[in-house]
Design a protein around this ligand. Structure first.
Ligand SMILES: Nc1ncnc2c1ncn2[C@@H]1O[C@H](COP(=O)(O)OP(=O)(O)OP(=O)(O)O)[C@@H](O)[C@H]1O
Ligand SMILES: O=C(CO)[C@H](O)[C@H](O)COP(=O)(O)O
Length: 323
């Protein structure tokens, strides 16, 4: 068998490929994955980013799924083995023929060719489910809004955009809960950064105040030195928290009521470090429908810092390895 592999390798004549920087954005349905991803894609530009959603690996269409004893959250309801194969190919710089699930119709559609650009964003329900899939990523994010808030987002999105009635969405959320606990939420432990957008308890902020952001910055990747940027700023600050396993972890807090001046200072401190041309684009912090969130914008800036930093490291490694 090894000689067979060698023959295949000789035939492909593969020159060393530059591999993309891979980021996973995992979380339950309507946790805000697409919203977070959109600002990253818009800032880097669609030519530099390939964004895929792993809902596309659903094994059954909406009608086929209805009588089954599990929901779309269950690993058996998805081709996770094919997802893993595709993640490995993308991580090595190869194209894939990705399945497509159409949320508008609930049907599986014609597969599409996806070639990895410099950055690959993989968002969805289960991108961090297995050790093999986790090994494909440079950066892993888990979106963790409070359940009550996520349910509200899901009801609104599914009734407005996916043709469901509110009672159907709420019944489905109840049905999904055990699978969410068993398969979605455990991915939180595998994340380098856990992001939670939520109100600050006990505050009576005026309607329209964006949710505050809390980012757990786990020591599994190297984070930028935020003390330089944020020292002494009350509404955007880093604090030492306890992680769910009891270990100390830095938490970046961005209060929803932070003044525009204060968040602008933070933006101006991070943006020049990214080496991108011009000013921070308006797409950062865009919630859609004309709504904006500075905590979201700063979260996206931090993720861009990680993506561009990882790309620089990789370019240097590639240059050193190629004659
Ligand atoms: N930080 C936020 N503040 C306020 N609203 C938000 C935030 N993030 C997301 N939302 C809202 O929640 C809804 C769901 O968000 P989004 O579509 O990004 O979720 P998702 O995780 O990609 O969902 P799915 O996986 O089910 O497709 C959207 O309508 C969006 O406006
Ligand atoms: O959890 C979800 C992620 O968006 C969806 O509900 C899942 O992908 C199934 O899609 P649909 O509800 O449109 O049949």
């Amino acid at each position: 068998m090894p000689d067979k592999l060698i023959r295949i390798q000789r035939q492909t004549g593969d020159a060393p490929r530059r591999r993309p920087v891979m980021i996973a954005i995992a979380g339950d349905s309507a946790a805000g994955k697409t919203t977070l991803t959109s600002g990253l894609v818009a800032t880097l530009g669609p030519d530099r980013v390939t964004a895929i959603c792993v809902d596309d690996y659903h094994r059954y269409d909406r009608e086929e799924r209805k009588p089954l004893p599990f929901t779309a959250l269950h690993p058996d309801c998805n081709y996770l083995d094919i997802m893993e194969q595709h993640l490995q190919l993308l991580a090595a710089g190869h194209p894939i023929l990705k399945p497509v699930y159409d949320h508008g119709t609930g049907q599986l559609a014609r597969p599409e060719l996806v070639s990895p650009a410099e950055f690959v964003v993989v968002e969805g329900l289960l991108p961090l489910h297995s050790k093999l899939s986790r090994a494909c990523f440079d950066i892993a994010i888990y979106l963790d809004p409070p359940e009550e808030i996520r349910h509200g987002w899901k009801v609104r999105r599914d009734t407005e955009k996916r043709g469901y009635r509110e009672e159907q969405v709420r019944a489905e959320l109840r049905r999904r809960e055990p699978e969410s606990a068993a398969y979605i939420r455990p991915q939180r432990a595998a994340a380098d950064i856990v992001v939670r957008f939520a109100p600050i308890p006990g505050r009576d902020d005026p309607p329209g105040t964006p949710l505050s952001g809390e980012l757990l910055l786990r020591p599994t990747i190297r984070h930028p030195d935020l003390s330089v940027v944020l020292d002494g700023r009350r509404t955007v600050h880093v604090r030492l928290n306890r992680d769910t396993d009891g270990r100390p972890v830095d938490a970046l807090h961005i209060h929803g009521y932070a003044s525009a001046e204060e968040t602008a200072l933070v933006r101006r401190a991070i943006w020049p470090q990214l080496g991108l041309p011009g000013e921070p684009p308006g797409s950062l912090g865009d919630l859609g429908g004309g709504r904006r969130s500075e905590p979201l914008a700063i979260t996206q800036l931090l993720l861009l810092h990680h993506l561009l930093g990882a790309a620089e490291t990789q370019h240097a490694a590639f240059a050193a390895a190629t004659p």
